[in-house]
Design a protein around this ligand. Structure first.
Ligand code: NAP
Length: 226
């Protein structure tokens, strides 16, 4: 396992590929995971085409999980539990799983501006209930627009509230700072993920009302510079 590598499961999709491009551009090793090896390899090729010399490989989700100390889950909420169960055997103690999922009501055929109730409290806490003991779960990136991530020549201009236990939270906060324009905000314990996830539904509504297809971002004011 490469301690500096970042695995992105579902990294073939909009948000995952956007993060893969940004982290690769920042010089980090990226492992793109997919249910299908050929899709993962094609996504890795896409990253290398955009960023010549990028350190990126495509693997199936279970193999991708074994390659990196930080594993970002980038699958739609309704496939979160199934995906985590599928990689559980590949996870080891001290690995960090980043939950980015949002329980939007689209999962049951309703609209994207409404949230579903999740028994555990949030998608992130659902993930925490499924990983083996010793694996840390951190919540982050739910309020970042995939479209903005993929505009590589522009900063993303969004705060990322990061929640979870302190040492892994700090490691994920450092990841945010790799992306120009993103600012990590200390979101405290994982239970706060329920608040952050629901902000995404609000942002989707704002995008519609203000007609901003590329995605509106989030900024907190008054936070002292660290
Ligand atoms: N899009 C955004 O702007 C945005 C913003 C903030 C947060 N997010 C969050 O980021 C996550 C990914 O969003 P996205 O827009 O990138 O999603 P997406 O493009 O619809 O899907 C991402 C990946 O999920 C995998 N997937 C699809 N169906 C699956 C299934 N039945 N089982 C397991 N995996 C499946 C696919 O990968 P393979 O087919 O290669 O396995 C797909 O490429 C979501 O949790 C979303 O809430 C998205």
């Amino acid at each position: 396992m490469d301690a500096n590598a970042i695995a992105i499961l579902g990294g073939t999709g909009d948000q995952g590929l956007g993060l893969a491009l940004r982290f690769a551009k920042a010089g980090r090793s990226v492992v793109i995971g997919s249910r299908k090896l050929d899709r993962a390899v094609a996504a890795a090729d896409e990253v290398r085409t955009a960023i010549p010399g990028a350190s990126v490989v495509g693997l199936d989700n279970a193999d991708a999980t074994r390659e990196a100390s930080i594993v970002i889950l980038s699958v739609p909420f309704e496939h979160t539990a199934g995906t985590v169960k599928g990689i559980r055997e590949s996870l080891v103690s001290d690995q960090i799983v980043v939950s980015m999922g949002v329980p939007l009501a689209t999962a049951i055929g309703d609209g994207p501006v409404r949230m579903l109730g999740v028994w555990q409290g949030s998608c992130a806490e659902l993930v925490a209930s499924l990983v083996p003991a010793g694996v840390e779960v951190v919540s982050a990136f739910q309020n970042v627009s995939a479209h903005r991530l993929r505009e590589l020549d522009h900063p993303v201009e969004c705060d990322v509230v990061v929640s979870g236990a302190t040492p892994p939270r700090k490691r994920v906060m450092a990841l945010c700072e790799l992306v120009p324009g993103l600012r990590a905000v200390d979101g405290g314990p994982l239970a706060n993920a329920r608040i952050i996830e629901s902000i995404t539904a609000l942002l989707i509504g704002l995008n519609v009302r203000y007609k901003v297809a590329a995605g509106i971002g989030l900024r907190f004011t008054g936070i002292p510079a660290s």
